[in-house]
Design a protein. Sequence first.
Length: 427
Amino acid sequence: MAAFIVLGAQWGDEGKGKMTDYLAEKAEVVVRFQGGNNAGHTVIVGDKEYKLHLIPSGILYDDKLNVIGNGVVIDPKALFDEINYLEELGVKVTPNKLIISDRAQVIMPYHRILDGLKEKARGKDDIGTTGKGIGPCYTDKVERSGIRVCDLINKEVLERKLKQNIEDKNAIISLYGGETLDFAAVYNEYLAFAERIKPFVTDISVRIYEEIKDNKNVLFEGAQGSLLDIDYGTYPYVTSSNTIAGGVCTGAGIGPTVITGAVGIAKAYTTRVGKGPFPTELEDQMGEYLREKGHEYGVTTGRARRCGWLDLVILKSTARISGLTSFVVTKIDTLAGIEKIKVCTGYKFEGKIIDYFPASLEDLAKCEPIYEELDGWDDSIQNASSYDGLPENAKKYLKRIEEFTGTKVSIVSVGPKRNQTIEVCEL
């Protein structure tokens, strides 16, 4: 494994939580490199279900080091709520198991307020933000007015920066008609967070580098999905960070030459939450069937996911942009029982056939998906424990993914539990 990346190959919700948990068994270190608590992973271990938002999936193992990188934006309240939640479920979260980058940006109350106010002001042109303050926090990072974890744990620096920021943000909040913040209340609240977070804080770049040099297996865990990348996603209906493999270098402080592989998690069909283009969306009974059978509702928001056929154009684009070395295909069991299954192999655009994902949403709106129809399989797939045990038509489906994308399928998930995972070949 060495230094290995796991990321979503579609619009998120592909089953990264389960697969990161599964792959973490072979890793000594699990690193979260971008995003915030707007993302959610569901991991099922035995008869217990865990819902994670900020903390890496490796936390469910007692012998793994988990890292929250500098590319992550951290809401301290959400972080400690999640720690409390895990400890109530019997999962220990200590500085020996979890470390946090001193360079990570901190989500402040004004970020959440501005997120909601701006989204409301967009009206019918809203972009579907979760309202967690993610975008405004990244805005402050780029504008160079953000408060980092190293600032949070320095009382004098926090006071100075917070005073200026609250003065600036209150002026903007007032323009939107929102309720302004009291400096003293926010300062005291975050001083308490600072005391609690301090034991976890370190220079994670140094630690990760040392672990790699010691020949430890390091797993880099992405949040959201490739098509929500700020540069290569369906902009502006994207998240505010780089969700592709390139985000690992900046979000965890390592060089590209130490990365040995990257696996893309792809659902056997396609889903997305919120607004934005979706060429293969099914707004009919089949779409509803996939939603209900696949339990397609957001971990963080509870919102119903839009569902559609597998878009191979998306997977081919993701494989190219992130240099994927293999795919993991999840939820293939959800397709069981469908007689004929379609996959998108291209778009008809202005009289031509294209096999890439256009940057312009206006161009994408003109794209008509071109489908190829494949024979389905039955529910026996859920009992398969090896590749040979998969139904023949399911194998053909996986082969078609490999042929079109030029990328092998290394693992197949036939259910939500750890033991419902089939290794096809080496990652």
